[in-house]
Unconditional design. Structure first.
Length: 169
C-alpha cells in the first residue's frame, strides 16, 4: 500500500505545475522567500530548499528538494470546518487510509495556533502527522498533513513554515 501511495505521489508530483498564483513578494535573502498564494488567501515564508505547488483546488503541497520522503500538504479551512466533529472524523479516516492506523497525539504542540486535532502514523522510512489548527487573528484555520523521513530534523522546518502562514487581503 505504501509503495503504491509513494508511486502515486511521484506520478502526481511529476504532472503538477507550480502555482501560477504564487508570487514572491519579497526575497530577504537567498534562503527564504515570502510567497503569496492568491487562490487560498494566505502568504508564507518558504525556505529555498522547498518547492510549493498546487495539488488540487483548495490544497497546496510543498516538497523538500533535499530530503526524500519530506513533504507537506496545506489546506485552508473555514473556521467552522476546523471544529466540526464530522469534518475531523472524515479527515482522520482519510489520513488512516493513506498512512495506516494512526494514533491521536496528546502532547504539547509547537505551533503558534491552537491545535484542534492531531494524529500520527509511521513506517520504517517515514512519519506522517495530521494537524488541524484553529483560526486565530491573522492566521487562517489549517489542515496540515506533514510527512518526514524517520530521524530527520525536517519537522522543525515544516513547523516554522506553518507558523509563517498568514491571512492576506
Amino acid at each position: 500500500m505504501r509503495k503504491f501511495y509513494l508511486a502515486l505521489l511521484l506520478i502526481i508530483s511529476g504532472t503538477m505545475v507550480i502555482l501560477p498564483s504564487v508570487k514572491a513578494i519579497s526575497e530577504s535573502n537567498e534562503k527564504h522567500q515570502q510567497l503569496t498564494v492568491s487562490e487560498q488567501g494566505y502568504s508564507l515564508s518558504l525556505p529555498g530548499e522547498y518547492t510549493l505547488q498546487k495539488e488540487e483546488n483548495g490544497k497546496d503541497i510543498l516538497f523538500s528538494t533535499k530530503t526524500p520522503y519530506t513533504w507537506m500538504r496545506i489546506e485552508v479551512l473555514s473556521g467552522k470546518e476546523s471544529t466540526s466533529k464530522s469534518y475531523l472524523g472524515r479527515s482522520k479516516e482519510l489520513f488512516d487510509d493513506q498512512f495506516g492506523k494512526s494514533l491521536k497525539i496528546s502532547s504539547t504542540f509547537p505551533f503558534i495556533q491552537p491545535v484542534v486535532f492531531a494524529s500520527m502514523s509511521g513506517s520504517k522510512k517515514e512519519t506522517a502527522k495530521l494537524y488541524v489548527l484553529r483560526e486565530t487573528k491573522g492566521h487562517p484555520a489549517l489542515k496540515i498533513t506533514m510527512v518526514t523521513a524517520k530521524n530527520s530534523d525536517d519537522e522543525k522546518k515544516l513547523i516554522s513554515i506553518v507558523d509563517s502562514v498568514k491571512t492576506h487581503e
